[in-house]
Design a protein around this ligand. Sequence first.
Ligand SMILES: [Fe+2]
Length: 579
Amino acid sequence: MNILGLSGAVGHDASAALYIDGQLVAAVEEERFLRDKHAKEKFPLESSRYCLEFAGLQPDDIDIVAFPYAPISLFSPARWHYARRYWYAPDRSLPAIFNGNRRYHRNVKGVMEMLDKLGVSKDKIRFRPVEHHLAHASSAYHLSGFREKTAILGIDGKGEYATTFFGYGEHGRIHKIKEFYDPDSLGGMYGALTQYLGFEMLDGEFKVMGMAPYGDPNKHDLSRLIHYDKKNFKVDARLVNVIGMRRYKENGRGYYFSDKLVDWLGPKRQGDEIDNPYIDYAASIQKLLESVSLELIDYYLGDILKETGKLCFAGGVALNVKLNQRIIALPYVQELFVQPAASDAGTAIGAASYIANEVGDSVETMEHVYLGPAYTTEQCVAACEACEHNPVWEILDDAPVRGAELLAGGNPVAWFQGRMEFGPRALGNRSILGDPSTKAIADRINEQIKYRERWRPFCPSILDTVAAEILQTDHPSPYMTFTFDVAESWKSRIPEVVHEDGTARAQIVSRDTNPRYYRLIEELEKHTGNAVVLNTSLNRRGEPMVCSPQDALNMFYGSDLEYLIMEDVLVRKSAGQVN
Ligand SMILES: [Fe+2]
């Protein structure tokens, strides 16, 4: 069965994913083609085109289009909860009762228009909506490879109405245990504080999390934001997750927190330089998120976890690697699988895998995220020849060997190879690399790409040969979705990738999933003695990750990076001797 999954239902992170007979063949985010981060309010037309082209399919070869947003019944508590809690904004609360699926209908119309442009005959395909949180759940459970009864957790800002999902998977079926509904949203609460701390929602959450270790979580008690016991939680919608008149406004823009929050905590943080008391607030909100999540996991999923120890997690909050570290540390969690594209981009995979499973296809375990476009050396050369900057370039005999030499010489290197990663993390195919034992390499990268925020730590890619020694655990970590405590003996060896709190958000690299990147790190180890490379995504601040060789060259010439290796092509800025 050919199933095309589409995301973009909630107004951001449009993407497409193609399943053929249970195999995930291609997946890509629309932002990468449009060069517009999160591709807000877009449908994944270019992404769908790519998926079909990659698989050699014609538009009419698609059997089913799966979409991660479904109509919600008036008999569900979701719409009533939403209406009751947003009583103060009748323009939003009343439609939840009287016209509660208007966004769904808008989405269907948008998808149909997109399919038209794609050349799909609508009468030939089946359109299958999947509830948003079931799509998140499927993206984690069906791809985890877990065969035993598996606890499933979903936390995001919001889907149709649900914000938080507890369930389990058994024999390929997903069962709901409990959902919470907007405005009772942990992702929303964290997002509102992200805005208050002067960052943008969808990206700034990582910065808040990066800021948190610098602050004192006990200095300010933020527990007023949320009332919770072990079983339930209720966000204080007078302070955060607010809409309409309650919104704090600045320069005509409304935020998801209220004037009342500002009265309580002081003015919203402005600019990037002011730290106090905001770093302490960041520490407090991170702690609050962790405390509430862990208690709810214990209540709703504890019994299943005590039985099998297997947990899957998706939704934007699953990218909170610090929370994930706490979850793994729970005594009854043996293994946590986080869908690497945990935010809404991953719901394209989730909706498609959910339907694939439903129609009887056996959904394969996710082994890697190299699911996007690839380019040959010849295409990279052609891009250099067409580039207005007249690049100085040469063909390398052995790119991993030369790349490692450059890295060991203390140079940051932009590294472009193979199929582009799906999801927010660069995992060696669209990366900026550095040697983590070179003093101040992180500062150098920050200077060369100029606009990187200081709150975002750099992360390591580690070979599987040394990962257990460095991270002091055997837990799998192929996607940079967890942090681990770095062994004392390694902190001084790779200081540039150890965060303030002694942790590292690591990618463990195996030869099977990325042989070329593996060899690069092996070569670097010959120089430095450490099978570790610093890895950050190949993009500048606010831009999506690089997709094509043209994008790579544009980014390269818009930065002060000196070296770019694209497949077997080395591009350098200074024409003289390398090193
Ligand atoms: Fe979501």
